[in-house]
Design a protein around this ligand. Sequence first.
Ligand SMILES: [Zn+2]
Length: 139
Amino acid sequence: MPRRVPRRKTLFTVPEAPDAPPALLCGHCECGHVFFPAQRLGCERCGAHGDRIRIVEVPARGALQAFATVYRPRPPEGEAPMVVGTVMLDAGPAFEVTLAAREEELSVGQHVHGVLVESGRDDAGNTVLDCRFAPDGPA
Ligand SMILES: [Zn+2]
């Protein structure tokens, strides 16, 4: 039976409930630094690696720091135009995201959250999902 699977297993979770928010898989170093993505090169701050880094699930919520529309397609999505931005997660690290919104819907400092969007099917017929960021709705 087809399932919902992430484009890359090491970046974010895919909850069972279709409308549940994803979590980002971050590295948490014993020095206290949290970083995304949790790559194998080690801690960005102190250089520790291996057993000194734990993988932790961090809620995909944060504040938009900057954004811009990209008119040239970037692999692997190959879409254009699209809006990319930098998000400072409530839990710490800042990183570049793809936004599920148009530039005119966005403002610096705005709160955004992760949403899972379908980006195709794999060879097994599973729905492949990407994590994008969308502005929080009115409270
Ligand atoms: Zn460290």
